[in-house]
Design a protein around this ligand. Structure first.
Ligand code: ADP
Ligand code: VHF
Length: 375
């Protein structure tokens, strides 16, 4: 509990992490009118520089491009259409980069801008390329400042929320902790703007967030608490502890970590390939599994055989990534499928000995399969 002598393992892990990703939302960097707020940006950078001085490497994932572009373009609220959002991001990202350059410059720290599209994380060749870039930037002592490349991102390839982007980047760079800084000081069991809500200080696993109502965010942001909770769960299940805190508490969040909500790592660190398979790759179809197949695949880490599949959805080819769901539709795993969608209807529900020799191979091999933690 905060304030007591007992400090949770998650808080200790976050406090002692040497490579960290810090994500800050639009609402924490801008004024209500939509311009950048230099005082808040400087206060954030003060906290990041202190953590750097204490020996951590930092990657900053900063939202705020669209919000920062509003005032210069004479817009009073976040535009709804993609083209105007892209125009605002084009203007705002430059202002944001300039502001960070100046602010980190007060500490003689160099920043590098990294604008990513979903493809850079979803395609394996791009994933490795991005890994190399981050690794080199960090080795050179640069603070990478990351955002989605909103100006070129089209509707289909948008990450849409930087909370998820931050969780993906945290895994990509092998971070030891992820900080999600927002305009709210912690996770609550319901939206604190709407009604009195109870603050949650520790999340040890999915059971601790059962019943939490995570709502949408403010006028400037996109994801709200729902996307923060999903991102925190994603990072934690990939072995990365998370601290969710208010950006106004950045110094304490990045210092003694005695604020906000700490999420313990629930899973073990995955290899880049297994993380990509489980969380980053686009799935092109879905296989529905009977109960026996779910326990074989998730519980006993076995390959998926045709006999345990009850239905096939989507148009995929052998080698694509597909979701594996239980009969209630809950996705329990993802993996690389060994057959085209058109081949499977003739095979499903049939035991291997009923099938011709060339169709006896596993539908998803255990080595190509990642069981998912429930979120
Ligand atoms: N269960 C909850 N706990 C905390 N905040 C919540 C919850 N549900 C909804 N919210 C709202 O989510 C907002 C944070 O999301 P958002 O505005 O998108 O932040 P950011 O711009 O930092 O990404 C908070 O201001 C809060 O009002
Ligand atoms: N890439 C967008 C931000 C998207 C986003 O997730 O915003 P937020 O919910 O404020 O973290 C921008 O820079 O405006």
């Amino acid at each position: 509990m905060i304030g007591s002598v007992e400090v949770s393992l998650a808080r200790k892990a976050v406090a002692s992490a040497t490579r960290v990703v810090v994500k800050v939302g639009s609402s924490s960097l801008t004024t209500a009118e939509g311009g950048l707020d230099p005082a808040r940006l400087d206060a954030l950078v003060d906290a990041l520089a202190a953590r750097r001085a204490a020996g951590s490497q930092i990657v900053l994932v900063s939202s705020g491009a669209i919000a920062a572009g509003l005032a210069p373009l004479g817009l009073t609220r976040r535009p709804k259409d993609l083209a105007t959002q892209q125009a605002a991001a084009s203007v705002g990202q430059l202002a944001l980069a300039h502001a960070y350059g100046n602010s980190f410059g007060r500490y003689s720290l160099t920043v590098g801008q990294v604008l990513l599209t979903a493809d850079d994380v979803v395609r394996r060749s791009h994933y490795r390329n991005a890994q190399r870039t981050f690794s080199r930037l960090l080795a050179l002592g640069v603070v990478p400042v990351v955002n989605e490349n909103d100006t070129v991102a089209t509707e289909e390839i948008r990450f849409g929320d930087n909370d998820r982007l931050a969780a993906l980047v945290a895994h990509l760079i092998g971070a030891d902790a992820l900080f999600l800084l927002s305009d709210v000081d912690a996770l609550y069991d319901g939206d604190p703007r709407l009604a009195e809500a109870r603050r949650i200080t520790e999340v040890g696993g999915p059971d601790d967030v059962d019943g939490v109502r995570a709502g949408t965010g403010g006028a400037l942001g996109t994801g709200g608490m729902a996307s923060k909770l999903a991102a925190a769960t994603l990072a934690a299940s990939a072995g990365i502890p998370v601290l969710l805190a208010g950006s106004g508490d950045a110094a304490r969040a990045l210092g003694p970590t005695d604020v906000g909500t700490a999420f313990a790592a629930t899973g073990s660190r995955l290899t880049a390939r297994r993380f990509w398979l489980g969380y980053a790759a686009d799935a092109t179809g879905k296989l529905i599994l009977d109960d026996g197949a779910v326990s074989a695949v998730v519980g006993r880490r076995r390959s998926l055989l045709a006999a345990g599949i009850t239905a096939v959805e989507g148009a995929f080819e052998a080698g694509d990534v597909v979701e594996l769901a239980d009969t209630a539709g809950q996705v329990v795993a993802r993996g690389v499928v060994a057959y085209d969608a058109t081949e499977l209807p003739g095979l499903i529900g049939r035991s291997s000995h009923e099938l011709p020799a060339e169709q006896r191979r596993e539908v998803v091999h255990a080595d190509d399969l990642v069981a998912l933690h429930r979120s």
